[in-house]
Design a protein around this ligand. Structure first.
Ligand code: ZN
Length: 427
């Protein structure tokens, strides 16, 4: 339960991918890891604990192996820092029918109906001009709260039979306040002034932003015997937390232990800091000390791609293959898809099953129904970019991509234990 409670505080500190990376960096520093920058020089140092951030939203951390990567290989765990949400447009506000609204775009596969009637805060990164230099600052505004407001059932009589249909352009702008006729200034001025105050600068210094709305209700334990976690962003901050905790707990081993927490998975990973970009490959190249030793290192390496998995839903069990139906609090899930939507194969699954067996951790299997479209992860992308054998795993959960998701409270400790053994070089 200690791991689960720590996960809840990690999520509470991480309303955006940028905050997730900042919180990871804070924890790494406290555990003796030191930052390196991509503009500097770095390479393999036995036992050294380091981390590197790209674009504020992705982070790679490692503990150097006792021998060089060409001899000891890499033990890698990958996860993603981003979650589907609503984000502010470049012109972040407008007025409509006497209301002040945030103007929002949709990031990733949001379960839109779950964003209605929630108390929304605003957080993320703003870029400010400080005496001619552009600087990124993280901000978090728990107030003023905004709201994507539902239409009363009296004005939408068929909603319970036909479902809540929300047009992404017309129906999602959250209400932030009132905007009476003849109000002074512009809606944009009001929002930019709030951002500037939060960042401790003047409004004219604000030059850019990447801002997300988030549910201000804190994560919580739920259910009889605290069986459940109710929290936003379990996909995939739960796996970021497991990877991070495992790396911090891992004593130095022969292999170089690496975790890679990537932004932009929910939109396909094809960005400078995403898993389909060169970030992890670049770090591995530098740690290996060149192309030839990197190839030797890759041939000795293994990757766990960790992303949350679909637990069976009691009202929709037919959506699962009955023989591959994960349950909450029953341990990590190995995800397999023969069409390589997941990177798992017989050998990589066997390694993960063996790690679980050695620890007495139960292990589950997930295969999507072949007549339904299967999701994917950073697993196949990383495997094809790096050439490292990869297994796709995750903890079971419900309500994936809802504003408030749900998982088991016993599973985080189990996955963390398996990752710790793996990063430490077991098997
Ligand atoms: Zn995910």
């Amino acid at each position: 339960m200690k791991t689960a409670l720590d996960l809840l505080s990690f999520i509470e500190a991480s309303p955006t991918p940028f905050h997730c990376v900042a919180e990871a960096a804070t924890r790494l520093k406290a555990a003796g890891f030191s930052p390196v920058t991509e503009t500097g020089t770095f390479g393999h140092e036995p036992g050294a604990a380091r981390y590197c951030v790209r674009g504020d939203g992705s982070l790679i951390a490692w503990r150097g192996g006792a021998v060089a990567p060409a001899e000891g290989g890499f033990r890698l765990v990958g996860a993603h820092t981003d979650s589907p949400n609503l984000r502010l447009k470049p012109r972040p506000a407008r007025a409509k029918e006497g209301y002040l609204l945030y103007d929002v775009d949709v990031y990733g596969g949001v379960l839109l109906a779950t964003w209605t009637d929630r108390d929304l805060g605003l957080a993320g990164r703003i870029v400010v001009d400080v005496e001619g230099r552009l600087e990124s600052r993280l901000i978090r505004l728990d107030a003023p709260r905004a709201r994507v407001t539902n239409l009363a059932i009296h004005l939408n009589r068929e909603v319970n039979d036909k479902g809540l249909v929300l047009n992404k352009h017309q129906h999602l702008a959250p209400l932030l306040g009132l905007w009476p006729e003849g109000a002074s200034g512009t809606p944009r001025d009001v929002v930019i002034a709030a951002l500037a105050t939060a960042a401790g600068v003047r409004p004219e210094q604000v030059r850019g932003h990447d801002l997300c709305l988030y549910d201000t209700l804190p994560p919580a334990l739920g259910g009889v015997d605290d069986a459940f976690l109710f929290a936003p962003r379990l996909d995939n901050q739960a796996m970021c937390h497991a990877a991070l905790t495992a790396l911090i707990d891992t004593p130095p081993g022969r292999a170089t232990a690496v975790i890679a927490l990537f932004d932009h998975e929910e939109v396909g990973s094809g960005t400078a800091r995403g898993a389909d970009g060169p970030f992890l490959g670049d770090v591995m190249l530098r740690l290996a000390g060149g192309d030839e030793p990197r190839c030797r290192a890759v041939a000795r390496s293994h990757l766990i791609s960790a992303d949350m998995a679909h637990a069976v839903h009691p009202h929709h069990a037919e959506q699962h293959d009955r023989e591959h139906m994960p349950r909450l609090n029953a341990g990590p899930v190995i995800k397999t898809n023969d069409n390589q939507r997941y990177a798992t194969d017989g050998t990589t699954a066997a390694l993960f099953r063996s790690l679980c067996a050695d620890l007495g951790v139960p292990c589950q299997e997930f295969v999507n129904r072949p007549d339904l479209a299967c999701g994917t992860t950073i697993g196949p992308i990383s495997a094809s970019r790096l050439g490292v054998p990869t297994v796709d795993v995750g903890n079971p959960m419900l309500s994936m991509h809802s504003i408030r998701e749900m998982a088991g409270s016993r599973d985080p400790a189990l996955m963390t234990a398996v990752m710790t053994a793996f990063l430490g070089g077991a098997r």
